[in-house]
Design a protein around this ligand. Sequence first.
Ligand SMILES: C[S@@+](CC[C@H](N)C(=O)[O-])C[C@H]1O[C@@H](n2cnc3c(N)ncnc32)[C@H](O)[C@@H]1O
Length: 243
Amino acid sequence: MPKEEHEMRNALEMPQSAIVLHGIAARVVRRIPSLADKLVNAGDVASFVRWQSASFDETVKLFWKREELWQQMSSHLDPTRPLFVLEFGVAWGYATEHWLTMLKRADVEWHGFDRFTGLPRGWRGLPDGEFDAGGQTPAIEDSRLTWHVGDVEDTLRDVDLAAAADAQWLVLFDLDLYEPTAEAWRVLSPMLKRGDLLYFDEAIDADERRVLDEMVLPSGRYSPIGATSLALGLKVTEPPSAD
Ligand SMILES: C[S@@+](CC[C@H](N)C(=O)[O-])C[C@H]1O[C@@H](n2cnc3c(N)ncnc32)[C@H](O)[C@@H]1O
């Protein structure tokens, strides 16, 4: 065999460790089919962690649970400025209630956006309508809170973002889908400032990741506050530029 062909074949050959690992995975899934989804998910987590290393200069601190990441994010809040929160994707209000209980201060303006009728299209094997809260807003009594019911593409424009220019912003993305997440980013990103905080609940998934890769990361600079196996918290260090 000519030398070049021999070298090319060697380059194409899988390393022994990969052959063994893949072979074990194939046999385990054949014997226990219910493990297939878990292995696929583990692969997604591995690719998410690799993406973090490629995207940030700093090591991203890992948290077991998103509540621990939220706690860490709350330590980056500036007590000398009011807090302006945009929560995209509320469902039954778990995150809203958790954050509002954690935030003891009164100078918080919280805006929660959701259709409250669930996902407008299928996502990650879930059907459209998943997370349907029956059109009802969560029963959370808190004077700091305003609900915006409907498609975020319509309702975000009802909020006077410019009026909150002096506040620190906390933006929580959990719409799951690319289209509304991208539209929310387009509308709000020109208003972001150094020190504002961003949270992506499903940064592991292709939809939110696409917004991060195509829109968020190329337009500004961010310091990672931390991640879970699914989510990512960032602090704006250089606000997104218009172009
Ligand atoms: C995963 S759930 C949110 C869960 C919530 N953040 C929590 O932690 O409990 C996703 C939500 O996004 C909402 N959603 C998806 N697309 C939307 C859109 N275009 N406009 C408004 N809400 C939308 C769905 O109605 C659903 O309630």
